[in-house]
Design a protein. Structure first.
Lengths: 402, 292, 365
């Protein structure tokens, strides 16, 4: 009896929910059909000025443990979209962000939901593993993708439609190693990294490969053990490390800094771009991060006009300072906007035409983009971005240039 | 020397597990249910005390009390609304509801407090002399260990010496018989949830003081570990939860230090399996003969 | 008609289950071929099949054998990674994709079955919640171990390293043209998508045939006898460990097959996908579908996999709604008044007099 009831209820729920979906679809379908016939005669006039309303999709984790990254990137993208629409130019954007819970299959579902909506260009996915799965689908569908922050080389490997706004992990590890060799010769280096995270492992592999024997200690942690670092920090201290390299996001780094301070261990901590945001955490004691070097392309405390405006808007919406994820999301939308204009794309082009036009624009020598996370960024045919990393020293609670 | 600092960090980690495990084991002993939402009550406790300190500028002691009150109310509410109607249903039905409650709390917390981590200012304001900190002993660790011992002793006394404690033990043995003896079973179970949730609030404050970051998902992993600790020590047994929690923390710390940081969790769980194989009811669990 | 009504009730239910699944498949497949499904719906098909197999196989352990397992995703993980390794490394040996997919699924099932034996032998001595925590522990251990695994393939065959923090893909020493299949914590990447809805349907049917036939056989009756009263079962000479193992290992193998199908459906795969939460999720499918009720698991898995996707219109409140729905459904289905009402309705429907209260509605305990 109970089972019958359970199933009955479940089925009712299902029907109700699907009925809700159905409603949406009916309204969405005609617009798709309406645009379809126009597509046939755009081929001829495709070289003109860019115009029309483009549908931009976004995918990132917005619930669960990685929600902070997805939320930041998607909010950044939304701000850019709103700014562009407010300009009132011929190119307008519609933006829709979907949640992937940092899981590959949910990301593919989100991607297909966006495809049903009529997505023409994708900003995403924010995290690496979902991004690899989504880019495989997008490659087959010929939809252009620009990820704000999925930094593994596997994301772009073998897919010509996939571009990155962030540094690749090996690049970041190498530049970290280079910086340390130049500025801290003869230093003993310890590395603490997250062993079940592609981002952390990718940077560590390149970094340790380049540093060689200078690395005196390597400690790892995982998602399940990232609340306690007493062992790793104590061991780094015991190994006599005077530089500790932290290829990880700011959240575990905060715990490491706190513990190191509580036992009076004060080496030079060097963080990667994921470390950005450490100062913006509510309640963070900035003195903990005093003297920490962050190698990040973005600093919310920069005083250039673009950053100031963006930071203000982001604070209005989210009540806190943006981190590099938000800045990357913002830059993604503007880079696409610029490329669409450079290529003279119109919104009634098919996804494949758009994709090809954007690929050739992004990889052309004449195209470069300057935004929040760098000046004069260019993209290789692999989809990797070239921009300069900037090293910031945290002093009196703000980023300064060393 | 290094060994001692590993041991100390193990003990302080273990004490946090132990406090959470005490809450788990109390609820299990009386309600015979795995309350998977317990870890999320810890998270709520963390957020409440965070808000009290940062937004209302209350002194830490008041903040902790406030967190305890809120969590107690929350615990009793959860029990009354979500678990009590299922008293007669199978234990799995309650388990699934507990999971639903856990999802609910996590997502509600995300909507209320957002997804970016809050940095928790330690409620422990005094600092230990340098000679002690050099050994790896932080003031948070000291407070955690001390409160854990105090709570354990207080709980044991409460359960063994008071009338309410006796009622709890009776309910845990046989609910039907307890009811016949005039014990209000529902009130007793509510009381258990109240105590368990108040403990969760304390655990939340101590957990966040020691490990600083606070997220909607903060409670889940410590919750699972503490559940493991409770089983390790023999679920339903108060000293068992204490011993289990401490041992789990020490094993985790030692495994990280001397075997592999990657496999620390796997080693903890492997030890648990071995213990259960040798002693199927946990270290201090009672063996209950089966009736035909 | 006469012959049909002569069948046992359970047999009728079984045939109805096969028929229902096949009909549902045919309808969906027809619409899929005609382009009548949205992209989102198309992307649900394979994972739904995987999770149906997961739910049905877990039901064999939880509902039929009566043991609470919280580590079912661990077996899925073993199956997924071994299946992906087989699927990618046999590319040269078996060029025909469907055959390679079948081989990969079989490899996944085999490895998961081996894991099932390794876990089952010690674990099945324990009972109740202790068994639950040990299966949970095994799920965690499997996850951590796979994080340390490096597997690559070149013309010389498979290269496997168990990495404790210092090694990288370069240490596999792959020849030119070799591919790294599993890169430790980064998981498997660049997987060629092989799974299809048809394969999913076949796997669901195979699972149903295996599980339903097992339940209705002498072995199945022995397993259920152990569940209902272990001591009584033992006293009539039933080998408790043997029958529990049969249920446990079968279930693990099927979960492995589901894992392989799942793994080969996406471009990337990480072991953290198969954590405690996934095990719990499958358990929710089983309990909501009804313990011991196989067709219930099929529907439970389908509905609950699609539910969060269908709730996307609620944006930020999506998972909150999911949690509330979950709690309400559990409360409603266990409410004695509603149960009685449903019973009355069901009996009316069958043209019989309403059953007396208290006759139905008791759970398997």
């Amino acid at each position: 009896m109970k089972k019958t009831l359970a199933l009955l209820l479940a089925v009712c729920m299902m029907v109700a929910v699907l009925a809700g979906c159905g409603g949406n679809k009916e309204t969405a379908a005609p617009t798709e059909e309406a645009t379809a016939p126009v597509e046939e005669n755009v081929g001829a006039e495709n070289a003109g000025a860019a115009s029309g309303t483009f549908k931009i999709g976004g995918i990132g984790p917005m619930t669960g443990g990685a929600a902070q990254y997805g939320m930041a990137a998607m909010t950044g993208a939304q701000i850019a979209v709103d700014e562009i629409n407010a300009l009132g130019g011929p190119v307008q954007f519609e933006f829709r962000a979907e949640d992937d819970v940092n899981v590959a299959d949910t990301a593919v579902n989100a991607y297909n939901t966006l495809k049903d909506w009529g997505m023409q260009v994708l900003v995403g996915a924010v995290t690496t593993t979902p991004c690899i799965s989504v880019s495989a689908e997008a490659y087959n569908d010929r939809i252009f993708c620009l990820t704000p922050s999925a930094s593994s080389t596997d994301v772009t490997a073998g897919k010509d439609n996939m571009f990155q706004m962030c540094f690749t992990d090996p690049n970041q590890g190498l530049s970290g190693a280079q910086y340390i060799t130049e500025n801290f010769p003869d230093a003993k280096v310890a590395v603490i990294y997250k062993n079940d995270d592609a981002y952390s492992v990718g940077i560590r592999d390149a970094f340790v490969g380049a540093m060689g024997d200078a690395v005196v200690y390597e400690g790892t942690f995982t998602e399940d053990t990232q609340t306690d670092f007493s062992v790793q920090v104590t061991a780094a201290q015991a190994a006599g490390a005077d530089v500790v390299y932290l290829p990880m996001y700011y959240q575990p780094a905060t715990v490491i800094l706190t513990y190191a301070k509580s036992i009076g261990y004060a080496p030079t901590f060097i963080g990667v771009d994921g470390m950005d945001g450490i100062l913006d955490q509510e309640g963070f004691d900035a003195s903990l991060a005093e003297g920490v070097l962050v190698m990040s392309p973005f600093a919310a405390t920069s005083t250039d006009e673009l950053t100031v405006k963006f930071v203000e808007e982001y604070q209005n919406r989210m009540g806190q300072l943006p981190n590099q994820f938000a800045a990357d999301g913002y830059d993604c939308v503007y880079a696409i906007y610029n490329a669409l204009q450079a290529a003279g794309c119109t919104a009634d082009m098919s996804n494949e035409e758009l994709c090809d036009a954007l690929i050739s624009t992004f990889t052309s020598d004449s195209f470069s983009y300057s935004g929040l996370t760098g000046q004069g960024m260019t993209w290789s045919t692999v989809g990797e971005v070239t921009k300069l990393p900037m090293a910031f020293l945290i002093k009196d609670g703000v980023y300064t240039t060393p | 020397m290094v060994f001692f600092s590993y041991l100390i960090s193990g003990i302080s980690l273990g004490s946090v597990y132990a406090i959470i495990a005490l809450g788990y084991t109390m609820v299990y002993g009386i309600a015979k249910m795995l309350n998977f939402a317990h870890g999320d009550v810890i998270m709520v406790g963390g957020y409440i005390s965070f808000c009290a300190i940062s937004y209302l500028s209350l002194p830490p002691a008041v903040a902790v009390l406030l967190a305890m009150v809120v969590c107690t109310v929350l615990g009793v509410l959860i029990e009354g609304l979500a678990y009590r109607p299922l008293r007669q249903a199978g234990s799995l039905a309650v388990l699934i509801t507990a999971i639903g409650v856990s999802y609910f709390l996590q997502n509600a917390a995300q909507l209320i407090w957002g997804v970016t981590p809050k940095i928790y200012t330690s409620v422990v304001s005094f600092r230990l002399p340098n000679s002690l900190t050099r050994l790896g002993l932080s003031s948070e660790a000291l407070v955690t260990v001390l409160s854990c011992v105090v709570i354990m002793v207080a709980l044991t006394t409460f359960v063994n010496k008071t009338k309410m404690g006796k009622a709890m033990r009776a309910c845990s043995e046989d609910k039907g018989a307890a009811q016949l003896m005039g014990i209000n079973v529902n009130a007793t179970i509510s009381m258990t949830f109240a105590i368990g949730s108040a403990l969760a609030a304390i655990a939340g404050v101590l957990l966040c003081s020691a490990y600083t970051t606070l997220l909607p998902t903060t409670g889940s992993m410590p919750g699972i570990k503490a559940f493991t600790a409770a089983v390790f020590g023999g679920i339903g047994s108060i000293p068992g939860a204490f011993v289990g929690g401490l041992l789990l923390g020490i094993i985790e710390s030692m495994a990280k230090a001397y075997i592999s940081t990657d496999l620390a969790n796997a080693i903890v769980f492997a030890v648990l399996i071995v213990v259960l194989l040798v002693k199927p009811t946990g270290l201090l669990g009672k063996y209950v003969p089966e009736k035909v | 008609m006469k012959k049909l009504s002569g069948l046992k009730k359970t047999t009728k239910v079984d045939f109805a289950t096969y028929l229902g699944v096949t009909l549902a498949f045919l309808i969906v497949y027809y619409r899929l071929q005609r382009g009548g499904l949205t992209n989102a719906m198309t992307s649900w098909l394979v994972p739904v099949c995987c999770f149906i197999v997961m739910a049905v196989s877990l039901n064999l352990v939880v509902g039929i054998s009566g043991e609470l397992s919280l580590g079912h995703a661990g077996f899925m993980s073993v199956g997924a990674f071994s299946g992906v390794v087989a699927g990618m490394s046999l590319r040269g040996a078996i060029p025909f994709t469907p055959v390679r997919l079948v081989v990969a699924i079989l490899v996944g099932a085999l490895f998961a079955a081996v894991a099932g034996v390794i876990v089952g032998v010690p674990v099945l001595r324990l009972r109740g919640d202790y068994l639950a925590i040990v299966t949970l522990a095994f799920g965690q251990i499997i996850k951590d171990l796979i994080n340390c695994l490096l597997v690559g393939y070149d013309s010389k065959g498979l290269h496997i390293i168990f990495n404790l923090g210092k090694k990288t893909v370069a240490d596999l020493h792959l020849e030119e043209g070799g591919v790294a299949i599993i890169k430790g914590a980064q998981g498997a990447v660049g997987i060629q998508k092989m799974s299809s809805f048809l394969a999913g349907y076949v796997l669901v049917m195979v699972t149903l045939v295996i599980v339903l036939n097992l339940i209705r056989s002498r072995t199945g009756r022995a397993i259920m006898a152990i569940r209902d009263n272990r001591i009584a079962a033992e006293s009539v000479g039933i080998n408790v460990t043997k029958y529990k193992m049969i249920a446990f290992v079968t279930s693990a193998a099927l979960a492995g097959a589901a894992g392989a199908l799942y793994g080969l459906n996406y471009g990337s795969l990480v072991s953290s996908r198969f954590d405690f939460n996934t095990s719990i999720l499958v358990l929710v499918y089983v309990v909501l579908g009804g313990l011991g009720n196989i067709w219930g698991s099929v529907i439970g898995a389908t509905v609950l996999y699609i539910l969060p996707e269908a709730l996307r219109q609620f944006a930020d409140y999506r998972m909150l709604f999911y949690a509330i729905v979950l709690i309400l459904v559990m409360l409603a289905t266990n409410n004695p008044h509603l149960q009685q009402l449903a019973g009355t309705v069901a009996e009316r429907f069958r043209g019989k007099k309403p059953a007396r209260a208290g006759e139905g509605g008791q759970s398997h305990e």
